[in-house]
Design a binder for this molecule. Structure first.
Ligand code: MG
Length: 338
């Protein structure tokens, strides 16, 4: 095996087949992929959710994960927060000529492990190699599909006054981990990305509390931006409590040094859940029984429905008792975070 990926590895010829035979198929082997058809043929029943995403994170490897794990978790989570059970996904890699084969092998291994852990099959994929400088090492594009259990209806337009807003743990860990991994920051820290597939936790939640109204994963733009999206889509005002926001000591310290706000930092293993007040406690206790929900907390509630004339706002009730309007992230806090 050549030490680096060459343009010829993407030609569809003998080198492509060798790479597939030696690295890709052994990692992903399953009854759908192994048929090697032009498209995957899979059985699905009922309502389906499907989604696509691209991953261009830099650096490729960061504390708590890498681009391969992230590609799977990000795709799985977008399906899971719609109440779908992720079943199949595809992964397409665009590789810059010269990438070390060992790096590609490691990323493929990560995709395979994360898919196995989440219970999704890699049903298809693609690989292209572009000349040096045409992309940065490797970009991954995914598609995921899953089925929605009858009776489940979660949607960002479904929040109602009185609903409690719950999160399954600490915020800002992914953004801070990636930032600290960037050479230009030269910051050493113990911060790890929260990158994880949430479908197991979410399935348990929906079994326990089927009345959950909204779920969304606060990735790019963080909790602040995601809450604002939900406020607008549901036409409601949301008030969150600064004192209730779970943030680890290292992330808090990191944000203070760099002057960034954990509310706007990306997360890759978090879900915001809106549930009726009477169900909120059950949501929190169910989350806390799961490894990915140990630090679950109610962080706020939907305070009112907005009239047609006012703009739906997210308000932050600060530790010192004042109210601050929380808007979407404007501009880019950090490029290529996912
Ligand atoms: Mg999402």
């Amino acid at each position: 095996m050549d030490e680096r990926i060459l343009l010829a590895h993407g030609s569809g010829g003998t080198l492509t087949h060798r790479l597939l035979r030696e690295i890709v198929f052994p990692a992903f082997s399953n009854h759908v992929l192994d048929k090697c058809e032009d498209a995957a043929v899979v059985p699905l029943r009922g309502k389906c959710a499907f989604t696509t995403d691209s991953f261009v994170i830099q650096p490729l490897f960061f504390p708590g994960g890498d681009i391969g794990k992230l590609a799977v978790c990000g795709t799985v989570n977008d399906l899971a927060v719609m109440g779908a059970r992720p079943a199949y996904m595809t992964a397409a890699c665009i590789i810059e000529e010269g990438l070390r084969t060992a790096v590609f092998r490691k990323i493929v291994g990560s995709i395979a492990k994360a898919a196995k852990d989440a219970g999704v099959l890699i049903a298809g994929g693609d690989m292209k190699v572009v000349e040096k400088g045409a992309c940065d090492k490797i970009f991954i594009n995914t598609t995921g599909i899953g089925t929605i259990t009858e009776g489940i209806r979660v949607s960002a337009d479904n929040a109602r006054p009185g609903d409690h807003v719950i999160i399954n743990g600490t915020i800002g860990d992914h953004g801070a981990a990636v930032m600290s991994a960037r050479k230009d920051y030269k910051l050493r820290s113990s911060i790890r990305s929260d990158c994880a597939s949430l479908n197991g936790l979410i399935e348990r939640l929906l079994n326990t509390v089927p009345r959950i109204r909204v779920m969304r994963d606060p990735t790019r733009g963080g909790v602040a931006t995601t809450l604002k999206e939900i406020a607008v889509q549901s036409n409601v005002e949301i008030t969150i409590e600064e004192d209730a926001l779970p943030v680890t000591g290292p992330v808090r310290g990191f944000c203070e040094i760099l002057g960034v706000d954990p509310l706007y930092m990306a997360n890759e293993g978090k879900v915001l859940v809106f549930a009726p007040e009477e169900d909120a406690r059950r949501v929190v206790s169910t989350m806390r029984k799961h490894a990915l929900g140990r630090n679950a907390a109610v962080i706020g509630r939907v305070t009112r429905r907005c009239s047609s004339s006012d703009t739906p706002q997210v308000l932050l009730h600060t530790s010192i008792g004042s109210m601050r309007i929380i808007d979407m992230l404007s501009g880019e806090q950090l490029p290529r975070i996912c």
